[in-house]
Design a protein around this ligand. Structure first.
Ligand code: NAD
Ligand code: UGA
Length: 453
């Protein structure tokens, strides 16, 4: 099939590359010429395991194209995926300007039947707005070309995006009952047929329910994390090991083990903004989502949990103190720094007078870029952050180590070397990588999250 992807970011690039891998002919459009240049020169602009090979293979096979040419891209695909960003507006609602600009571009250039797929995470009712934006453009040029707007939210996780896309738990597709909707259903069924070969993974529903399902999924996952974080903070006070508790409750299949890891808060481009956007939708309908407000508040607090533990141990004034920080990306296997808890911790350290030596296996360049923006109000702060080439270098003469991201490479350090390099053997572990008992045996003072047994 001929597919166009509008927006070649995390979701658009993964969707485009994976659909090309399945034999489709895919055009990926972006307004950012830098991204398109990188892709057309054989690189990829993000770190995502397995993606570079798929992109290279399908470019070479002539099935995957990257372009900034709107007219040519819209002309190409029978199915047009909108995969642009939906960042939070000032009031927390999803900013639809990029989605609607993409829709207008489709309306402006389409000459035959198109299925327009909202793949971006968008609030209930957005498909109606996309439909209206296209209709306005068609009306402006007196065109009566037919089209259908479909909701097909994406559930991939960064760092495992290719795997998630290629082996989805489910495919959610919302279509309407019009004749165009029926035609769209047929094309979407054909496009996703390879994923349904062994068993049917597609859930067909109405458009608004599909839009809502995406927010419900992210809100549920964020709720589980904040719930465990709140319990972990209590566990610290009452002398309970939250990891033992996680095993104890996760073994109940009604609860399950996933997404119950306490830590220093969830980050990323999605949970924070999607929780906010759902709350905002509720407010528009005069409903207050009490649970989600709490989920957000707990997470905002949790991003300070390492900073608070450090102050409790070293005092409020951290002048003259120096900390090693392992992990900057919001999660492992990505260089994405959006809403990363490391940014909150570094701000706290620097504001309290400390210096830091930081290391991340892949996010160093992105971290430098983002931290320069974070500290734009006080550029001298950047001189107090040393960017290291390896985790060992970051440890030298530090008063303590803080772990913010659970990269595999941090899981089995040489504890003797760690002790010899740190000024005092203290670890603040924001991701509970180590067992408190093992740490006690090695003589390292260990502060996990909810592990004060
Ligand atoms: P992103 O910021 O990485 O990529 C968006 C891209 O769209 C950018 O490259 C931008 O230049 C481009 N763009 C903006 N306006 C455009 C236009 N008019 N025409 C063409 N290109 C345009 O965003 P992302 O992380 O891929 O997220 C995209 C959407 O998918 C969001 O709604 C997000 O919530 C959702 N989502 C993201 C993930 C994830 O893991 N990142 C997972 C599931 C869903
Ligand atoms: C999340 C969802 O998992 C995806 O299904 C969804 O498609 C995506 O958002 C989206 O809508 O964009 P992602 O943000 O890439 O994916 O990463 P996650 O693995 O969900 O982690 C998010 C944050 O939660 C990370 O900071 C992670 O450290 C934290 N987390 C995760 C915890 O603190 N505890 C856990 O048990 C799990």
């Amino acid at each position: 099939m001929k597919i166009t992807i509008i927006g070649t970011g995390y979701v658009g690039l993964v969707t485009g590359a994976c659909l090309a891998e399945l034999g489709n002919n895919v055009f990926c459009l972006d307004v950012d010429p830098r991204k398109i240049d990188i892709l057309n020169s054989g690189g990829i602009p993000i770190h995502e395991p397995g993606l570079a090979d798929i992109v290279a293979r399908n470019r070479a096979a002539g099935r995957l194209h990257f372009s900034t040419d709107v007219a040519a891209s819209v002309a190409h695909g029978d199915v047009q995926f909108i995969a642009v960003g939906t960042p939070p507006d000032e009031d927390g609602s999803a900013d639809l300007q990029y989605v609607l600009a993409a829709a207008r571009n489709i309306g402006r250039h389409m000459t035959g039947f198109k299925v327009v797929v909202d793949k971006s995470t968008v609030p209930v009712g957005t498909a109606d707005k996309v439909r209206a934006a296209i209709a306005d453009e068609l009306a402006a040029r007196g065109s009566a070309v037919r089209y259908s707007v479909v909701s097909n939210p994406e559930f991939l996780k960064e760092g495992a995006a290719v795997e998630d896309f290629m082996r989805p738990d489910r495919i959610v597709i919302g279509c309407d009952d019009s004749p165009e909707g029926e035609q769209a259903r047929g094309l979407m069924r054909k496009l996703y047929a390879p994923f349904n070969r062994n068993h049917e993974r597609t859930f067909w529903m109405d458009v608004r329910s599909a839009e809502f399902t995406k927010y419900a999924a992210n809100a549920m996952l964020a709720t589980r994390i904040s719930f465990m974080n709140e319990l972990a903070n209590l566990a610290d006070k009452v002398g309970v090991d939250i990891e033992a508790v996680r095993h104890g409750i996760g073994s109940d299949p009604r609860i399950g083990y996933s997404f119950l890891y306490a830590g220093c808060g969830y980050g990323g481009s999605c949970f924070p903004k999607d929780v906010q956007a759902l709350e905002r939708t509720a407010r528009e309908y005069d409903q207050d989502l009490l649970i989600l407000r709490a989920v957000e508040a707990v997470n905002d607090n949790q991003k300070h949990v390492l900073g608070k533990k450090i102050v409790r141990r070293f005092g409020k004034d951290l002048a003259g103190k120096h900390f090693a920080v392992w992990g900057l990306a919001f999660k492992p296997n990505t260089d994405d720094m959006r809403e990363a808890p490391s940014r909150v911790l570094l701000r706290e350290m620097i504001d309290a007078g400390a210096t830091a030596a930081v290391y991340d296996p892949v996010a160093m360049a992105e971290a430098r870029r983002v931290l320069e923006l974070d500290f734009a109000d006080r550029p001298e702060a950047m001189e107090r952050i040393r960017f290291c080439d390896n985790p060992v270098d970051a440890l030298r003469d530090a008063d303590a180590l803080a772990i913010v991201t659970e990269w595999k490479a941090f899981r089995s350090p040489d504890f003797d070397q760690l002790k010899s390099l740190l000024k005092s053997p203290v670890i603040f572990d924001g991701r509970n990588l180590f067992e408190p008992q093992v740490m006690a045996e090695t003589g390292i003072e260990y502060h996990g999250i909810g592990r004060s047994v």
